[in-house]
Design a protein around this ligand. Structure first.
Ligand code: AMP
Length: 129
């Protein structure tokens, strides 16, 4: 069965996209740790990040770096944190999280945004790519 993220890639499920190329997609996390929390995924569905082909893994890091720089230009924060978990969705994704403090990396304190706020934020990050 396709992962929920493969359904986002195919357009079956909507997402607030911030960047895309032929191999990767970045979109806002729907239940963000902090405003600007973004996920970068490979379009080829792989469960665990360290099972990726080395070239694809390095390309994903390159893509994530570009997205992180755009987020940092858009969202006031001390820096962008990066995490890979994958316990909820078995499709590789790199979490990019604008940080104010260590709590932002704990996946416990969540923030809520309206649809309008998500949409405006995604567009603002897109512009800074
Ligand atoms: P994990 O697999 O534990 O790294 O976490 C999966 C992440 O995906 C969580 O932060 C969820 O909020 C996020 N997520 C799950 N479904 C969606 C979706 N449809 N759109 C955006 N983010 C999602």
């Amino acid at each position: 069965m396709s992962s929920i993220f493969t359904k986002i890639i195919s357009g079956e499920i909507p997402a607030y996209k911030v960047a895309e190329d032929d191999q990767f997609l970045a979109f806002l996390d729907i239940n963000p740790n902090a405003k600007g929390h973004t996920l970068c995924i490979p379009k080829k569905e792989v469960n665990k990040i360290f099972d990726m082909e080395e070239d694809n893994y390095l390309e994903l890091m390159k893509f994530s770096r570009k997205v992180a720089q755009a987020i940092e230009r858009t969202v006031p924060c001390k820096r962008i944190g990066m995490a890979v978990v994958g316990l909820e969705v078995p499709h590789v994704h790199v979490h990019l999280i604008p940080l104010q403090d260590m709590e932002d990396m704990r996946f416990v304190r969540k923030t809520t945004l309206s649809e309008i706020e998500f949409d405006a934020l995604a567009k603002a990050i897109q512009k800074n790519m």
